[in-house]
Write a protein that binds this ligand. Structure first.
Ligand SMILES: C[S@@+](CC[C@H](N)C(=O)[O-])C[C@H]1O[C@@H](n2cnc3c(N)ncnc32)[C@H](O)[C@@H]1O
Length: 256
């Protein structure tokens, strides 16, 4: 199926911050508990094991998998810490993550646009479930910006456009209704907008479906980097672990 770039609520500047949090905190919960066993191994390929690195995570939302991975599968990378950034930063979530990870992940409270990362933010860049949000021109600009800065970049998507991935998405509203009591932090507004007025399940369903339809295939990722020379681009898909999910990845490093 061809890539389709439909309207996503999370992209809208008018979306109230509270609702943006309901979406990204649910996504964070799913990343933490979903069947994505291979994701941490792939993410770790963005840096060199022996280096001391400060990873700059772009489009971080509510932290994605980082809090869980830094105290779990990536715990052994003691030399790695992570700066979480977003165009719509979520300071109270960032403070909770700093506490939970004992400072190994910290949040930048100033907006950081992934298409124009300030030069002061040095280090390998990661984008987890974020590149699909951008039209090809912007996505290319994000990758070109990393190349211009001589930084490594790792892009990871947990969804794709295969029917086997798309069909189960109709169950998202049901999952949101079932899992909301487990999503942290507990926010009264989340309960109100999930059970009394079920807006959140519909927002997450729509954004989930549209996100999957927007994910770049490996061939499309290759097209995005076709003119970005002097970089080694590793692009592909791997089984996420259990189940039919696949992770699409792009890892770019300056040629040695
Ligand atoms: C799908 S969500 C969260 C992804 C998060 N990495 C995760 O795995 O849970 C995408 C995030 O990208 C942010 N975003 C949208 N446009 C952006 C831009 N131009 N620069 C940086 N962040 C952006 C949104 O605010 C949102 O928090």
């Amino acid at each position: 199926m061809a890539r389709v770039h439909l309207f996503e609520f999370n992209d809208q500047s008018w979306l109230p911050d509270a609702w943006r949090r309901y979406i990204t905190e649910y996504l964070q919960f799913m990343l933490e508990h979903g069947p994505f066993d291979e994701l941490p191994t792939l993410i770790a390929r963005t840096w060199d094991r022996e280096d001391d690195v400060g990873v700059v995570d772009l489009c971080s939302g509510s932290g994605g998998p980082w809090p869980a991975y830094l105290e779990g599968p990536l715990e052994q990378f003691e030399n790695v810490d992570v700066l979480l950034t977003d165009l719509h930063p979520n300071p109270d979530t960032f403070r909770r993550i700093e506490e939970r990870t004992e400072g190994r992940a910290s949040g930048c409270d100033d907006p950081v646009d992934a298409t124009d990362v300030p030069a002061r933010l040095e280090g390998p860049r990661t984008i987890i479930n974020g590149l699909h949000q951008f039209e090809p021109e912007q996505a290319r600009a994000i990758l070109a910006d990393a190349v211009d800065g001589g930084e490594r970049i790792g892009v990871f998507e947990i969804m794709d456009r295969r029917p086997i991935t798309l069909l189960p998405l109709v169950l998202i509203p049901l999952f949101v209704l079932l899992l909301t009591p487990l999503v942290r932090p507990l926010r009264p507004g989340r309960f109100l907008w999930t059970y009394l007025l079920p807006v959140t399940p519909l927002l997450i369903f729509w954004d989930g479906l549209v996100s999957a339809l927007r994910v770049y295939s490996p061939d499309e990722l290759r097209e995005l980097v076709a003119e970005l020379d002097d970089y080694d681009w590793d692009i592909g898909t791997v089984s996420a672990g259990k189940g039919p999910q696949r992770i699409t990845y792009l890892i770019g490093k300056p040629d040695q």
